[in-house]
Design a protein around this ligand. Structure first.
Ligand code: COA
Length: 416
C-alpha cells in the first residue's frame, strides 16, 4: 500500500530530540527522510546513555526510525556540493542547529531559495527570530522554564518544576510537523516554498494557554477558585503552582490507594465532575451528600474539597488502583490509575494498538519504542529500525547521480 507522504523527500539536518521527533513522524507516514550526519560522529544521541556496547543508544533509535542515514561533512567543498544537489532534489529541509549555524555553513535561506525556490525550510530554535534571547542555545528544561510550564508546575511550597513530558523537545517537533504539512499544501497550490519556524519557548507557551487564562483571571479578581490555595490560602499577583489540581472547571487530585506506603505509584487521579456528584456519592456510599446543600453544588463543595478528597482516600484505603478504577468506571467517573513506565511497557491494549511497539535492530537487538499515537482508518504505520551511521550513504549518492568512482573519491576526501 502506498503511504500518504510517499514522494516527499526530506533532508533531515536534525539532532537530539526536537527535530528528530518531527522528521520521524513524517517518515512513519511515508516521506523519504534522509538524515544527514557528520562522518564518524553522527547525531550526538547515538552515543548518549548507551546501554549496549557498540550499539546506538535508545535515545537515538527511538527518535530516528524509518529514516535513511547519509554521512556528509558539509564544511568541506565536496560535501557542500553534495548538499547543493540534495537541496535541488528535495521538498523539505528540517534543521535544529544552534542559532546561525546554517548561515555559517553557507546555506542561508536566500541561498537555499536560489537552489530550489520550492523548498520548505523548517527550523526549530530555542527562541523565535528577533526575540531578545534569539542567540541562546536551548535544551528541553530550559524551554519549559522559558515557556511558563515550570513556574506553574509542582507544589506551592517547592521550587519551579519541570515535567517529564518533552514539552520543549518533542512537542516543538510536533508543531513543526504541522507547519511543514501546511507549507507543503501551500506549495501544492502556488509552487512556492517557504520558511517555517517554531521556537521551543512558543511551543511550550501554546500548551500553557490555560495558565495565561488564569493570569488574566487573577489580575481581574485576585483569586483562582479551582486552585488548592482557595479559599483558605493566599494568592500573590502571579499564577501559583497548583500541585495536582485539575486545570479546568472540574476539581481533581491524585489520591492514595492500597499499598501507597511501599509502591510510589499506588495512586489514582480522581475527578469530581459537577454533574457526576450523585454517582460519586453512590460509589463512595455517601448518599447523604447527594441532596445536602452543604455538598450538592460545586460552590458549596469548594471550601471543603480537600476534606472530600480525604473521604475518598479513606474509601480507597483497601482497594488497589486497578480495583478502584474498575468500581469507579461503572459510575462514569473520569479517573485513571497512575501508571508506571513499567506498567505501560507491558500494557496489553497499548501493544495491540501499536502505541508501544517492539522493533528489531541489527546491533541493539529487540527494543520497545512508542509507535504512532495518531491512528488512521486507512493507513498502517509500520515502525522500522533506525539507520546505522552512514548506512545509506552510497545509495543516496548513487540516487543523486554519482558513479562508483566519484563515490569512492568522496570517501577518500572524507567528505562522506
Ligand atoms: N557537517 C559539518 N558540520 C556540521 C554537520 C555536518 N554534517 N552537522 C552539524 N555541523 C556543525 C554545524 O555547522 C555547527 O557548527 P558551527 O557552530 O561551527 O557553525 C555545529 O555542527 C552544530 O552546532 P549546534 O547545533 O549549535 O550544536 P551544539 O551541540 O553546540 O548545540 C543544541 C546543541 C541542541 C543546544 C543547539 O543545536 C540548539 O540550540 N538547537 C536549537 C534548539 C533545539 O533544537 N534544542 C533542542 C534539541 S533537543
Amino acid at each position: 500500500m502506498s503511504q500518504p507522504l510517499e514522494g516527499i523527500k526530506i533532508i533531515d539536518f536534525t539532532h537530539v530530540q526536537a527535530g528528530p521527533a518531527c522528521t520521524q513522524l513524517l517518515a512513519w507516514f511515508g516521506a523519504d527522510v534522509i538524515k544527514v550526519e557528520r562522518p564518524g560522529a553522527g547525531d550526538v544521541t547515538r552515543n548518549q546513555l548507551r546501554h549496549v556496547e557498540g550499539a546506538d543508544a535508545l535515545y537515538f533509535t527511538m527518535l530516528n526510525s524509518n529514516k535513511r542515514s547519509l554521512t556528509l561533512d558539509t564544511k568541506t567543498k565536496q560535501g557542500k556540493e553534495v548538499l547543493e544537489k540534495l537541496i535541488k532534489e528535495s521538498d523539505v529541509m528540517v534543521e535544529n542547529f544552534g542559532p546561525g549555524a546554517l548561515d555559517r555553513m553557507g546555506f542561508s535561506w536566500e541561498k537555499i531559495q536560489e537552489l530550489n525556490p520550492g523548498m520548505v525550510l523548517a527550523s526549530v530554535k530555542g527562541f523565535s527570530d528577533g526575540h531578545h534571547y534569539e542567540d541562546l542555545k536551548v535544551y528541553e528544561n530550559v524551554a519549559q522554564c522559558a515557556g511558563g510550564a515550570a513556574s506553574t508546575t509542582g507544589f506551592w511550597d517547592g521550587p519551579p518544576t519541570v515535567s517529564a513530558a518533552a514539552l520543549g523537545d518533542s512537542n516543538t517537533g510536533m508543531h513543526l510537523a504541522i507547519g511543514i504539512l501546511t507549507a507543503l499544501r501551500h506549495k501544492d497550490k502556488t509552487g512556492r516554498g517557504q520558511k517555517v519556524a517554531v521556537s521551543m519557548q512558543d511551543a511550550v507557551i501554546n500548551l500553557c494557554r490555560v495558565k495565561l487564562r488564569d493570569q488574566q483571571r487573577l489580575d481581574a479578581i485576585g483569586y483562582l477558585e479551582e486552585y488548592p490555595q482557595y479559599p483558605h490560602g493566599e494568592f500573590t499577583d502571579v499564577v501559583p503552582r497548583g500541585g495536582n489540581a485539575g486545570g479546568g472547571g472540574q476539581p481533581g487530585w491524585v489520591l492514595k490507594c492500597k499499598g501507597w506506603e511501599t509502591d510510589p505509584n499506588a495512586y489514582i487521579y480522581f475527578t469530581i465532575q459537577g454533574h457526576a456528584w450523585a454517582p460519586i456519592c453512590k460509589a463512595l456510599g455517601k448518599e447523604e451528600w447527594i441532596d445536602d446543600p452543604a455538598y450538592n453544588t460545586a460552590r458549596a463543595r469548594q471550601d471543603k474539597i480537600m476534606d472530600i478528597f480525604g473521604t475518598i482516600e479513606a474509601w480507597l484505603a483497601d482497594k488497589t488502583k486497578f480495583e478502584a478504577v474498575d468500581i469507579l468506571r461503572k459510575f462514569d467517573i473520569p479517573c485513571s490509575p497512575v501508571l508506571s513506565m513499567k506498567e505501560i511497557s507491558v500494557d496489553k491494549s497499548l501493544r495491540e494498538s501499536g502505541t508501544i511497539t517492539e522493533v528489531q535492530h541489527p546491533k541493539l537487538g529487540s527494543y520497545l519504542t512508542v509507535g504512532s499515537p495518531i491512528k488512521f482508518s486507512d493507513l498502517q504505520v509500520d515502525i522500522k529500525a533506525s539507520p546505522l551511521l552512514g548506512e545509506h550513504t552510497n545509495e543516496v549518492l548513487a540516487g543523486l547521480g554519482y558513479n562508483q568512482q566519484q563515490i569512492a573519491e568522496l570517501h577518500d576526501a572524507k567528505a562522506v
